[in-house]
Ligand binder design. Sequence first.
Ligand SMILES: [Zn+2]
Ligand SMILES: [Zn+2]
Length: 602
Amino acid sequence: MGADLASRRVHEESGTLSDSVARVVVDVTGVDRWFDYLIPDHFAAKAVVGARVRVPLHNRNVPGWIMAVLTVDDVAAEGFDARRLLPLDKVVSVGPDAPIVALIEWAARRYASRRRPFFVTASPPRIVAALGAPQRGLRTIDGVDRESWVDDLLRAPGPAVVQIGPNDDVTSVVVTAAMHGPTLVVAPMVSTARNIAARLRHRGASTALVPDDWARAASGVDVVVGARSAVWTRIDGLASIVVVDEHDDSLQEERTPTWHARDVAIERAQRLGIPCLLVSPVPTIAARVAAGNRHVVLASGVQWPTVRVIDRSRDERWGSSLLSGELIDVLRDPAKRIVCVLNTKGRARLLTCNSCTRIVRCETCDAAMTQPDPDRLACPRCSATRPVVCADCGATALRAVRRGVSRLRDELEAAAGRRVVEVGTVDERVDAAASVFVGTEAVLHRIDDADVVVLLDVDGELLAPRFRAAEATLELVVHAARRVRRASDGVASGEVWLQTHHPDHDLLDGLRRGDLTGFVDAETQRRRALSLPPFGALARISGPGADDAAEQLTGSMYVSVARRDGEVLVRAATYDTLADELAHLARAKNSRWRVAVDPPRV
Ligand SMILES: [Zn+2]
Ligand SMILES: [Zn+2]
């Protein structure tokens, strides 16, 4: 009775109702479904797919987005009585357009998520009443040569890899793309996006930096630039997408849904039939596999600084200290500005062989093995086990490597005979007079222009349990390479040092020689053999009730389920199969488990 009165009143206030129905995803925490509303005639022009609206729901007025526009007859065909529907209250703002809403549908399935977080990310940060006129007009750009190789890639749709040096400017790649029509540029960091936008503006391209310039981007400009979320920006007439530093893990959202801007960009480009350039000095296996033979190398290895691999297996002191003889020597040279990097989280715990001093590694996946009990070695990455024996020399006496990380700064200072500054993640000021710095990876965002950047324990990164450990190490090396001093001609004069017990590792060997082909082949084979992404699909279920989800999945013949430290790992042959199985999971009333598809830290 109450509801009837309420709806009649709303009907009267809304004037004539059209026979169109808006299917609305509501912006309400915990409500994971859509609701249908009649579209009043005077809203018909604005009530389009993607528009931000306000609708009545349980006697409240709540925000939402139109995910589809249907007719009264469509709704009747689904078995609902359209005459009982309430009208929507208001169209508030322009939102994502139909192709973006279709991309959201894909992503919600792919990442086993609700639609709402994607609608939030794809929406303008402020209300946009209407879109303005397009501001395009790029024909020629001053001062930049078109990259002819890139030009060729842009003539065909789909993903392609553009490999450049770590310190190369991507402007020429972006400009070449922009000559083919409106271009979306996605960069890992806001600061990088801002730099790219400034350079393009300087060369005469009309540019929108999102999210702030969302409305201009949607109206139409030559180039739209932004960080990760920019990949969801509505852009009229989009002709190509450029993903900058495709290897950078900032392109992935860490919280669920764990979408990756590179993978969303590839999907968006494929749906539109446009090219998607994946630019990186160290293209990932995922990018290489997606691009197939569409891969160009723009610069040779000359843009890389010298990478020195410091072999610690011959060093007397290595067992207890992170300071090699070479490091001590350079620390004592007061003219050298030195940055030392040691990540403390997520590193591998290392066991070494007493006779040959090699690190004990998994023969299947290359991770550092642990010794959970006296007779057995176990791999935390792929769960392989073997007896306690060194694979390199057959010895059976192993020991754990213990390092005094806590007194590292003191140790470095004692060796250097000058002050050593520990740089934290907090944005405190870094003493400009100091010349030796130590910290986690974050130190590389704070200190520029070093003569030597030293990764104190590259094995701890490289052999860590996560399956992307080798790629994460490469990313760290690129960060380091961007922090070393450059001469006036732009050529790196500083060096990157990698301290290891394992100098013959294919990645380190490749970095030293400036040719990663061997590493890429070996890593591709490892992933393929273990059916790891991109050769298989992976999800992690965690939180209260995860075991219940695991129980339900265990019966499926399409996925394999493994439990590890209170989490559940689910694998399938393809993301499509994985999505199907995850979509069928039933949730108990108070289960709070979360699904991370393609989880960043596994
Ligand atoms: Zn050995
Ligand atoms: Zn393994």
